[in-house]
Design a protein around this ligand. Sequence first.
Ligand code: FES
Length: 596
Amino acid sequence: MQATEPKALDPAGPNTRAITYIRRVQITSGLILFLFVTTHLMNHSLGLWSFEWLEAGRGVFVAFWQSPPMSLVFYGALILHMILALKAVYVRDSLRSISRTEWLQLVLGFSLPPLLAMHLMGTRGAHELNEVVIHYIDTLRVLWHFKPTMGVLQAVALVVVWLHGCIGLHQWFRFRRGYVQWRPYLLVFAVLLPTLALAGYIAAGAEVLARVQLEAAKPSPATAPVTAPVTNPYPSDEDGYDYGPAEPRFSVAELEAIAANMRLGALILLVSALTLRLVRRWRAQQRLGIGVRYDDGREIRIALGTSILDASREHGIDHASVCGGRGRCSTCRVRIAGDPAELPPPSEAELRVLRRVGAAPNVRLACQLHPTSDVAVTLLLPPRADAEAGAPRPGYLQGEEREIAVLFADLRDFTGFSEHRLPYDVVFVLNRYFAEMGHAIEAAGGRIDKFVGDGIMALFGVEAGVETGSRRALAAARGMAAALDRLNQAMAQDLKEPLRIGIGIHAGPAIVGEMGYGEARGMTAIGDTVNTASRLEALTKQHGAQLIVSEATVMAAGVDLSAYPEISLDIRGREEPLGARIVTTAGELPDPGPTT
Ligand code: FES
C-alpha cells in the first residue's frame, strides 16, 4: 500500500503534530490516573482481611503516591486530563458525532469532580494542608458513622471512576492487535477489582460501626477515637496512630468550603467550555465557505475547520464512526475524488490507522480531514459498520491479481423441483443444502464467495497460494458430494428424488479485491479463471458428472487423475484448448493430500 507521506504542516489546516502529541498526553495522563485508582482499589480490598492489612496497604500506597516525584506526576496527570477533557468539549464541531459510549464516558468523567472533591480534601488535602496523617479508620469513621450519605456517594464515586477509566482503556485498546484475545481476562479483572474493593470498604465500615456500638454501650479510652466529634476529624494519639499536630490549621468546615469551591470551579470551567464552543461554532457558521459533495449527489457547505465527519452529522448524512471521531477505528473513512495532495496532509496518527487497514492513497479518515477547499467524497463503509471494519486488513483487498482456485456448484433441475413446491419448502430445502455445502467448503479451507439462486461460488488459496488452494478445492468437492449423500438420506421423505449437484473447478490468475457497495461490499474475484470454472460447472450436466476439474487445477494440486476421462474445450482468449477431467462421482476422488 502506498500511503501519502506527511508533508510540511499547512498553516491553514489543523496542527497535525500537535494533535498527535495531545492524544499521547491524554492517553498517558489517563493511564497514570488509572494506575492510581487501581492501586487505591487494591488497597480497599485488603479491608476484607483486617484493618491491619488495610493500614499496611495504605502505608505502601502513600509511600509511593505521596512521594515528591509521584505527587508531581499524579497532580500533573490530573490537571492535564481535566484540561484535555474540557478542550475535547470545546473543539467538538458536532455533539452528534459523539457515540453513546463516549457520551457515557464524558458524563461519568464530568461527574467525578463533585463526587470526589470532599474525599480529596478530607484525605490528601488534609494531609497536605494540615500536615497530618490520615488513616483509614479516620476516613471510614467519617464515611460510615458521621456522614453515611457521603459514604454511599463514595461507593458510587468508586464505581464511576472505575467505569470511566475502563471505558477509556477499552476505547483505546479495542483497535489494537491482540485485544480480542485479552478482552475476557481484562473483563474479569475489571469486574473483580471494584467488587473486592467495595467488599473491603463494606467490611471495614462494618467493623467501624461495630466499634461505635461497643463504645456507646461501654465507653473506653481505647475506642474513643471512633466516635470523636466530627469537628475534629484528626483524633488524638490514643488509638495508637501518629496523627501529627493536635490542632489542625484547617478545620473540617474550611476543608468542606474548599471542596465546595472546587465543585463550583469545575462547573464554571465546564459551562465556560460549552459556551466558548457555541461562540466558536457561531463564528464559524458566519464563514461557510467549503463545499462538500457526496457520491450520491448531495452537496453541502461547511465552515472552514469543520471535519468531513462533523459535516455529515450536521447535515443528517449517515456516516459510520465507531470511535466517535477520535481517529482510531477507521470506519469513517472516505475516498477523495481528485488529487489528495490538495488537501491538508494526514497526521502521523491518521496515517498509522490508514496503513493498518491498507487504505489507498486517496482514502482519508473523515473525522480527521478538515478540508480547506471544495472536496468530493465517497463514504466507504455502511453507516452501521462495526469495530471489525477497522481491524487490520490484507493489502490484496485493494485489488490484486493472484493465482487461486475457483469452485462453482449448482443444483441440477432445481427449477423443476421448486415449481411444484410451496415457497416455504423451497427455502427450507435450499437452506439445508447451503448449510451442508457451506460447511464442506469451509471445512476444506475455502471461502464462500456468494450464493446466487441455487448456485455457490467459492474461492480457495487466496492467501495460501494456488497449490494449496487447488488441493483444498478438490477436498471441498469430495466433502460436498459426501454431504449431499447424507442430506439426501436425511430428507428422503421430503424429496421425490435425490438432489443432484454439478461442480466445476479451475485454477489460475484472477483479480481479487473488495468489491460491491454498502452492505453488499465484500471480498470477491473476477476474471477468466472465474468464468472458466463456471463454464466447467455448466458442462457437468452435459456429461452427467458431478465434477469437471481443469488440468490446471489437477497439476497445481499435484494429484493423479489420469484414470478419469479427459475433455478439452476452447476458451476465448486462449490459444490452446483447456484440458479437464470428468469425475462422475466426486465423493470417490482420491485424497488430494495436505491442505494446510
Ligand atoms: S470515526 Fe473512528 S476513525 Fe473516524
